[in-house]
Design a protein around this ligand. Structure first.
Ligand code: 17E
Ligand code: FE2
Length: 436
């Protein structure tokens, strides 16, 4: 499923008649020439001469909706509460969050999460998978997000992961909370094996997560090996469970930063097993560029998963945002393109063929990991799309521009007035468009 596939060959019109919207001069991902797109009854059809609204995109990049495969909406906008993260480490972040959880209310979580969902929609994101901490005996965060999922209706799609931030077997009652979370309506089962008290409990936690997911027909998405410790090797257990239970395509390993520190012989074997298992991987360049390597003296490791090697082995790799202004990461406004921009640098993906792939990693790749149906720019498919204020995928990464237009089921759900910048040069004011 490539974003532009079905537009390359013109076919019969999906439905004759007056279009609701005609977008002229769109540049679809990977396409050499510009195309016109028609929208009728909330669906994409081929262009007709007549439309209620015609917009000339003048070669602007048009993609399917951005897909956010990994965020923690329960924690967004809590940076500094109840105290700032002074070491910048993952572990201090987890301790601060445990204190903040004590004062959570359903209203507090809903208000913050909804605010960031609006930011995400403005950035073109229409599908979100959020991890939700389920270690609170009252499950306030999960109850809040279950309510919010219901309230936002069809405006955006929200998947909830039952995420045990403090571990499943590291405190009394953890496994029971996971079961209750599934009963309350979690869509996906999570885990955090590298945070369990022992290696044995880590393995047991992965097995528990898979068993719970298999029992209820749910997907799996585990925070796995998010550490610089090269002895943290739980992704291999995930691969083994995926193969044993026949769950190919339904399992995601998130973070997997320890892979950076594995020896090459071990990484080689592991990556082949992940490919064999049909697992997805989510890398989170924003958080992990600041969280990892905090215990190193120089040289400081990047502490990042092996994106290029995973992709070369045919594994579906996606980019997640992870945090927006929380105990782990104080920056961000929910824009996946910012995360892609950071990965271009931090993952050394600046090659001419690598840059466009970063757009796949925030669109069609996570759409696969989330199991989305009716995704992509297809004739007859839902008219869900994003217009960038940029002419190509590379320019979308270079400029991290605002999204000019976001359509959902053929309706305009976000737009940005084009910015106009001028400089005064030799005493004369002139426009600057940052184009060579
Ligand atoms: N929790 C965790 O374990 N790791 C993270 N990167 C975040 C929350 C953001
Ligand atoms: Fe995370």
């Amino acid at each position: 499923m490539q974003p532009g596939d079905l537009w390359r060959k013109p076919r019969l019109c999906y439905r004759a008649g007056v279009l609701d919207i005609l977008l002229r001069g769109a540049r679809l991902p990977g396409a050499a020439t510009l195309q016109d797109l028609g929208v009728v009854n909330g669906r994409l059809g081929l262009p007709e001469p007549e439309a209620r609204l015609t917009m000339d995109l003048k070669g602007a990049l048009v993609t399917p909706p951005l897909v956010e495969p990994h965020i923690h909406l329960d924690a967004v906008l809590t940076v500094g509460q109840p105290r700032p993260n002074l070491t910048g480490s993952l572990f201090e972040g987890i301790a601060i969050w445990a204190d903040r959880v004590k004062s959570l209310t359903v209203e507090d979580v809903k208000r913050r999460a909804e605010k960031v969902l609006r930011w995400q929609l403005a950035n073109g994101v229409q599908h979100v998978r959020t991890h939700v901490d389920v270690c609170d005996p009252e499950l306030r965060a999960l109850r809040a997000l279950v309510e919010l999922r219901q309230e936002i209706g069809d405006q955006m799609d929200l998947q909830l992961v039952a995420f045990p931030q403090q571990g499943i077997f590291s405190f009394e009652g953890g496994s029971e909370l996971m079961r209750r979370a599934v009963g309350l309506g979690a869509d996906v089962v999570g885990g955090i094996p590298h945070y369990e008290l022992t290696r044995e409990l880590g393995i047991k936690s992965v097995e528990f997560t898979f068993a719970l997911a298999a029992e209820h027909g749910l997907r799996v998405d585990i925070h796995c090996d998010e550490t610089d410790d090269d002895h943290s090797r739980f992704v291999e257990v995930m691969a083994a469970e995926t193969i044993r239970l026949g769950m190919a395509g339904r399992v995601t390993a998130s973070h997997t930063t320890a892979m950076h520190s594995y020896n090459n012989a071990y990484a080689y074997r592991l990556i082949r097993n992940l490919a064999r298992a049909g697992m997805h991987v989510v890398t989170n360049p924003l958080d992990n560029s600041v969280l990892q390597g905090r215990f190193d003296s120089y040289p400081i490791r990047r502490g990042h998963t092996r994106v290029k090697e995973l992709m070369e082995a045919g594994i579906n790799v996606c980019i997640g945002h992870d945090s927006v202004m929380d105990p782990w990461y104080p920056l961000g406004y929910g824009d996946p393109v910012q995360a892609a921009f950071v990965l271009a640098h931090y993952g050394q993906m600046s090659g001419a063929e690598e840059l466009p792939r970063l757009i796949d990693m925030i669109t069609c790749n996570p759409a696969r990991a989330l199991g989305l149906e009716d995704y992509g720019l297809r004739e007859g498919g839902s008219a869900n799309l994003v217009v960038f204020d940029a002419a190509s995928e590379t320019d979308a990464i270079r400029l991290v521009p605002r999204r000019r237009l976001v359509l959902r089921r053929g309706r305009i759900v976000a737009r940005t007035e084009p910015a106009r910048t001028t400089v005064v040069w030799d005493g004369r004011e002139e426009a600057v468009d940052f184009q060579p």
